[in-house]
Structures are given as C-alpha cells and as structure tokens.
Write a protein that binds this ligand. Sequence first.
Ligand SMILES: Cc1cc2nc3c(=O)[nH]c(=O)nc-3n(C[C@H](O)[C@H](O)[C@H](O)COP(=O)(O)OP(=O)(O)OC[C@H]3O[C@@H](n4cnc5c(N)ncnc54)[C@H](O)[C@@H]3O)c2cc1C
Length: 343
Amino acid sequence: MKSEVVIIGGGIAGISLGARLAKDHQVTVLEAEIQPGYHSSGRSAAVYIEPYINETILDLTRASRDYHLGYGAVPTRALTVAGADDLVDLDAMMARWGGLCPDMQLVDPRILFEAVPIIRPEAVVAVACDPSAMMLDAHTLLEGFRRGLVAGGGRVISNARVDHIERGARWKISYRDQHIEADILVNAAGAWGDDVAQMAGVKAIGLQPLRRTALLVDPGLDFASWPLVHQAGGGLYFKPEAGLLMVSPADEHPSPPVDAQPEELDVAVAIDRFEKMTTVSVKKVYRTWAGLRTFLPARTPAVGFDRNAENFFWLVGHGGFGMQTSPALSELAATRLRRQETL
Ligand SMILES: Cc1cc2nc3c(=O)[nH]c(=O)nc-3n(C[C@H](O)[C@H](O)[C@H](O)COP(=O)(O)OP(=O)(O)OC[C@H]3O[C@@H](n4cnc5c(N)ncnc54)[C@H](O)[C@@H]3O)c2cc1C
C-alpha cells in the first residue's frame, strides 16, 4: 500500500515535489487558488543565474540546468553593469563569485553597447558577462511537473484552501467542508508556510515574504535577442519577456502573505532607474505586477521533516531561486522525504 502524501500549495515547490513522489506515493496537491502557480510561481522573472545567493543555491541551480534545457529554457548572457557609483558592487561580485563561476568575466563595455543599443555609455564604467544564464519558460516548467504528477497517478485540487488541520494517527486536512487524510503532510505553501504550520500545531520557522515589482515596456526597437541586464548595485534589471521588455526595480519590501499588488511608487522608481540607464523615455507601461519572494534568514530553503512534529515535511523558503532550482530541489526533497530526514 502506497503511503498517502498531501501537499499544501500548488506552486512550483509543491507541484515539482508531487511529480517526483507520484510514482511511489499517493499524492494529492491542495491549492487554494483557481489554478496552480497563481502566486509567486506565476509572477517570477524566470531567469536562471548561477552566481546567486550562496554555494548551496549555486549547486542546486547547476544541477537543474540540463532539466531546464528540456523544458523551454533558452541560454543567454547576464550582463552586470556598473556605473561610477556601484563599481564597488561589481568588484565585490567578482571577488565573491569569480572563482566559483570562472566563465564569468569582466568584458569591454562595448559588448554591452552593441548588444543593447539603448544603454547610455556615460552610465557605464565596467561590465561583467556571465555566459551561463538562461531565460526559463515558467509555464512549460510548471506544466511539465504537473503532467508528471498526474501521469504518476497524483492529483491537483484547485480552489482548495486548507482551513483546518488535525493531527491524530494520521493527518486530517479540511478544505471547503471536505476532509482528506494523509500519512505525511507537506507544507509547500510559500509565503503562507508559517501560517500553515501553525494551523497544524507546528512551530513557525520565521519565513519572511518580500514583495518585488515588475512592469512591461516597449523600448521601441528589436530587443528579442537582448541579454539579461542587471545593475551591479542591485536596483534594476531588465530582460525580454512575452514580446515586451520586463523591467524590475529589484525591490524587497517586507510583506504579510497576501495577493501582492504593485505600488505606484515602486513602478515609478523602476521607470526612473531604467530611463537613467538607457536612452528610452517610457511613454506607456503595458502591465505591472508584484509577487512575493519568501526567504528564511539564511536565504536557503527548508527541506525536511520537522524535528518535533512527526510526518510534517517542510518545503519552503524558495526566495528568488524557486524556479531555477526546482528540478534539483524537488529531487532532493523527495529523497529526504523517502529517507525520513529532518531539517
Ligand atoms: C517578481 C519575482 C521575480 C522572480 N524571479 C525569479 C527568477 O528569475 N528565477 C527564479 O528561480 N525565481 C524567481 N522568483 C522566485 C520564484 O517565483 C519563487 O521562488 C517560487 O515561485 C516559489 O514557489 P512556491 O511554490 O514556494 O510558492 P508559490 O508559487 O507562492 O506557491 C505557494 C502556493 O501555496 C498556496 N497556499 C497557501 N496557503 C494555502 C492553503 N492554506 N491551502 C491551500 N493552498 C495554499 C498558495 O495559493 C500558492 O499558490 C521570482 C519571484 C518574484 C515574485
């Protein structure tokens, strides 16, 4: 008899783990919203960056690379741009990551001016090029995992906001006046991870959702082949997205777990920084959105059974790397679950 696993949260974390477990467990994913990926997973910039956060995230990202190439990822370059004000940040980035990512090199800024002709030359004093970056296809990625989950006999129930959890010999989980029992309860509720834990009588672990803003503009020339451009000081990035240019002020505003919405001020800051770095004058913003990137203090995810709550498995804290690490992180989580490993 396969053990029953209920996963709370139908974002990339919950769906990808469900896909990995479906072959040897009976898996049900409960998602509060009308469809999987409604929150952070449907709002990401969907880029793949190897020199990011720390060595753990680097390893998980690199271990995910080949999988992504089979699910719509397109290799690109990430160009990190420094002006006089943030040259020190570029130097710090090269000192931190240069040895771990030797393909990342300082390059002649003319490479940037040729690739992205809207850049103001006077705004740039140095450029680093990381040739290992990729543009991911978030929809194809999530849908690929969902199909794997269903093919393995698992199911995803949408419109199923869990509002009560009881612990007995098994877990009893309630949503919409319905109940489901499970041997193992997985908490993949993203920004709501601590709320779900408390509902189950489990101690919270200190998740902090941070709101990030994005907008789509038209720079007025053919940008389909442009790389990801990132300001060394961290206040701006932009990249081609859905036939337009996605611009983000790379903001991190502490937020409660909510359906995040963009603030006008953050949109204005993004436009101002974009106009200072480029020759574009933004006449029209085609779309704005915001999403939550949820971190633990160490900025590494929590993957494993709670030490004090039997059969309660954490898969949260995916921050700004949940898409790029999902293939390897879901494999790691499935292995830890099968081996009964704790946090
Ligand atoms: C603007 C932005 C840019 C980003 N850029 C990148 C990037 O370039 N690369 C990258 O790798 N990552 C990026 N990220 C981060 C990435 O999107 C997240 O790490 C990832 O989506 C987190 O996935 P998740 O499944 O943990 O959370 P979510 O996708 O938020 O899923 C959690 C789900 O749990 C559900 N839930 C919560 N409570 C309950 C309940 N009680 N009952 C049932 N369901 C519940 C929610 O409805 C939600 O759908 C970005 C994020 C944002 C916002």
